[in-house]
Design a protein around this ligand. Structure first.
Ligand code: PLP
Length: 447
């Protein structure tokens, strides 16, 4: 794939020429999937994303033989990289032993004991099929425990697509008990909590979007524990992305806070579909069959803790225990961040790469120089989530794909322990050339 200068139209033309097999599959897909042929909102791209045949480590390959360094990493779930040999072996062996027994089994106990070892706040766990389901379960638990109905959430915080966790006012959503307030405004939180109507307050681990595209202020997060206790609301940290990615103990161990409940997903299973609510034992009494029926949850779910999933989960969690995969992904993230920022500076493009093992790309004015490179150079949410940038980012994403770099919408780079320094060096060259490309097309200006 070439990295020469292109006009916008010629880039699309060249992309189509180098992706004829993907084009054919896309043509079939649009007849059956209404989201321009895609099966996930983040995979919608004009003209289309590549169709992948296989992946290994940090790389994936499409039907036309194009190779990509992958920065989607299973929507953040693959901190060990694609097809980690230990996970592949565990799943293959379990497949032969049985996928689903409709019974209890040892692996589910082993897995939960490992999760408990990793995250000290875990007294009880309830497994389900995905992260969003875990969040919905956490809301139900909180309502039963507190006897209240309302849910307090924060702007931009992502918890899934179901009614009570998606953006307020989204099409078709009915969630009258949900209040959404701006992030990092402690007075506003106290004003709401003081009404003593809220069962739960939900915060995304690290900050809004993939571990902190919009980070939390440290003082704000530290104040939440005291405030929620004072007003009788349960505090949930949604660590679906950050759990066991940021550290063996999750993001909460980095900042030193302990919520009442945590939700997990993605990395906790090493890459198979999973969700889990973990937290205080007294809250989980709702699952006890001896609890009076009006305070009880009879939790069903065909895929809860199935043996195939548990085989991957046990293997992954054992690998997380010493913190090595997290450390490696973090160090690679720092390297990508630092090298990428040199490129932005050299090309006179106003922007910043920031973050930990998920590196976010900000393109916009530099309002201040943060002392911490994990933070964006502005506190203005409207600049970080700027709808005017969507077209630019799609185009940048296409430029990167054409140069063998796969991102989801050029918003962030998800690292894994399987990436290498050489991957990053190659990425940085492509990043510079892709930025030059969109500058040449007149959709991004130099300072
Ligand atoms: C913070 C957060 N919570 C919840 C979810 C939903 O998880 P799932 O897609 O497994 O339902 C996601 C998905 O990306 C997420 O990023």
């Amino acid at each position: 794939m070439s990295g020469t200068m292109l006009t916008r139209e010629s880039l699309v033309e060249q992309y189509k020429q180098t992706h004829p097999g993907s084009q054919k599959l896309h043509d079939r897909a649009v007849k059956v999937f209404s989201a321009n042929g895609a099966t996930h909102g983040a995979r919608i791209l004009e003209p289309f994303r590549p169709y992948i045949t296989h992946a290994k480590g940090s790389r994936k390959w499409d039907v036309d033989g194009n190779e990509y360094i992958d920065y989607g990493m299973g929507h953040g779930s693959l901190i060990l990289g694609h097809s980690h040999p230990a996970i592949v072996q565990a799943v293959q062996e379990q497949m032969a032993k049985g996928v689903h027994y409709s019974e209890n089994h040892e692996l589910e106990v082993e897995w939960v004991e490992l999760i408990k070892k990793l995250m000290p706040m875990v007294e009880r766990t309830e497994f389900c099929a995905c992260g969003q389901e875990a969040n919905i379960m956490a809301i139900r638990l909180a309502r039963i425990f507190t006897g209240r109905k309302k849910v307090l959430r924060f702007e931009e915080n992502f918890h899934g697509w179901a009614d009570e966790v998606v953006s307020k006012g989204a099409a078709g959503v009915v969630a009258p008990e949900v209040t959404i307030i701006p992030m990092n405004e402690l007075n506003k939180v106290e004003e709401e909590l003081a009404k003593k109507e809220y069962a739960i307050i939900m915060t995304e681990g690290g900050g809004a979007h993939m571990a902190g595209q919009i980070p939390w202020d440290t003082e704000f997060i530290h104040a939440l524990s005291g405030l929620t206790k004072k007003y009788g609301t349960l505090w949930l940290i949604d660590e679906v992305v950050t759990g066991f990615r940021d550290a063996p103990g999750g993001w909460q161990s980095l900042v030193g806070v302990t919520p009442d409940m945590t939700t997990l997903g993605k990395c906790v299973s090493g890459g198979l579909a999973v969700g889990a609510v973990v937290g205080r034992a007294d809250i989980f009494e709702a699952f006890n069959p001896k609890t009076p029926v009006e305070r009880r949850i009879r939790h069903t779910g065909t895929w809860n803790a199935n043996p195939l999933l548990c085989s991957a989960g046990v293997t992954a969690c054992k690998l997380y225990l010493d913190g090595e995969p997290q450390k490696r992904a973090y160090e690679l993230g720092v390297y990508l961040r630092d090298q990428g920022n040199k490129v932005l500076k050299k090309l006179n493009i106003s922007g910043r790469l920031y973050g930990r093992s998920i590196v976010h790309l900000y393109l916009g004015p530099i309002d201040y120089e943060p002392s911490d490179p994990n933070l964006p150079p502005t506190k203005d949410v409207k600049k970080i989530i700027n709808p005017a940038m969507v077209t630019l980012r799609s185009q940048l994403c296409l430029h990167l794909l054409q140069r063998g770099i796969a991102t989801l919408g050029a918003r962030f780079f998800v690292l894994s322990a399987a990436h290498t320094k050489e991957d990053i060096d190659q990425t940085i060259v492509a990043f510079g050339s892709a930025l030059d490309g969109i500058v040449a097309e007149g959709i991004l200006e130099r300072t």
